[in-house]
Design a protein around this ligand. Structure first.
Ligand SMILES: Cc1ncc(COP(=O)(O)O)c(C=O)c1O
Length: 353
């Protein structure tokens, strides 16, 4: 155990009374405290929980120039008995460090990551909104802080976690454009890291898709841009003739924690599921044969995001209406149920705070 003492400085006056839990815009309201730790001389020091506030930055901070910045996204919920719950925090700790290794950044000890999240959520537990589907969104992130101009890994970093109450995510079914020009990631690139630059690099494609009337893009890869990767910032699942298929991870696809749980839940229920290459041609053929039953995105924020239509060049593929779908809604209900203790935690995924 490498846990060190976390120093805590409490806010003088909580802002909680000023927040309307029935009207929570996503990502704009932040709770009272945040966690901060600094890496210098080869170790993480001064772990602290302090009042939420601005961070100062040197103009030559390396993150601003060479982009060493990574993050995680997770949620704390409340059990029906009132206990705060975390879902697989250790998986997020591991993925942060996977991202850190790829971006030549310092790794943060995984047990300290879970401890920091636990203490922060315990302190701001009243910020977890009570309504079904609501949560306290947690944002761990790390960035390079060397005050230096020149391309090399920074030798100092800051690791922070802040939290934000979010309401239920009513994702309406989305219309997708099969992206044939822009590329999110390739094997050997940085797609498997939650690196900030990946998201900046995706914005132009999504903007152009929006201008053309689509909600999101379906990212493609492979030698002829036919292999399906992800949908927007979610992993993608297809149900074709009773089989659930998701692209196998190949170094370009982010290894989603929701994706991993979905595969396990499907296996537990005896529903056929495979991780393999899936091409757009296979999806077109399934659509023509009437065997394309569902397409949905999987991720922490919305859990499941149903896809209603897919535009591939001049071909429009329609997916059956959400009311006729079984797999996506079942998976969402399962995760939402786990988060409030209504579904049995058979794999020990929940951590009580
Ligand atoms: C690019 C990308 N793919 C997939 C996901 C889904 O991952 P998770 O289920 O861990 O939230 C995310 C969100 O973290 C993402 O940013």
């Amino acid at each position: 155990m490498t846990t060190t003492q976390i120093r805590t400085e409490h806010v003088q006056q909580s802002r909680l009374a000023t927040v309307d839990f029935n009207d929570l815009p996503f990502g704009k309201i932040f709770s009272d405290h945040m966690f901060v730790s600094d890496y210098r001389d080869g170790e993480w020091t001064d772990d602290r929980i302090v009042p939420f506030g601005h961070l100062t930055m040197h103009p030559a901070s390396m993150v601003l120039h060479y982009g060493q910045a990574i993050f995680e996204g997770m949620k704390a919920s409340k059990h029906e008995d009132g206990t705060p719950l975390l879902l697989r925090p250790e998986e997020h700790a591991k993925r942060l460090n996977h991202s850190a290794r790829r971006m030549m950044m310092a790794e943060y000890p995984e047990d300290r990551f879970v401890e920091a999240i636990t203490q922060l959520v315990a302190l701001d537990k009243d910020w977890i909104p009570p309504a079904a589907g609501s949560a306290l969104y947690l944002r761990p992130y790390m960035y390079a802080t060397d005050e230096f101009i020149g391309v090399r890994p920074s030798q100092t970093y800051r690791f922070c976690i802040f939290t934000a109450p979010v309401g239920p995510y009513y994702a309406k079914p989305v219309r997708l454009k099969v992206e044939q020009h822009y590329i999110r990631a390739v094997p050997g690139g940085t797609g498997e890291a939650k690196a900030a630059g990946n998201y900046a690099g995706s914005l132009r494609a999504v903007h152009e898709a929006n201008e053309q009337g689509f909600d999101q893009v379906l990212w493609m890869g492979g030698p002829d841009m036919k292999e399906i990767q992800e949908v927007g910032t979610m992993n993608v699942f297809f149900v074709i003739d009773g089989e659930v298929v998701t692209p196998e991870t190949d170094g370009a696809i982010l290894k989603g924690i929701t994706r991993k749980m979905f595969i396990q839940i499907l296996k537990d229920k005896g529903i056929p599921v495979s991780e393999r290459v899936i091409t757009i041609d296979e999806v077109v053929r399934a659509s023509e044969a009437g065997t394309l039953q569902e397409i949905f995105g999987a991720g922490t924020a919305a859990v499941v995001s149903h896809v209603s239509e897919l535009q591939y060049g001049d071909q429009l593929l329609r997916v059956p209406p959400v009311e006729e779908r079984k797999i996506g809604p079942m998976l969402k209900q399962h995760i939402d149920g786990l988060r409030v203790g209504r579904v049995a935690d058979t794999h020990g995924w929940l951590v009580r705070v």
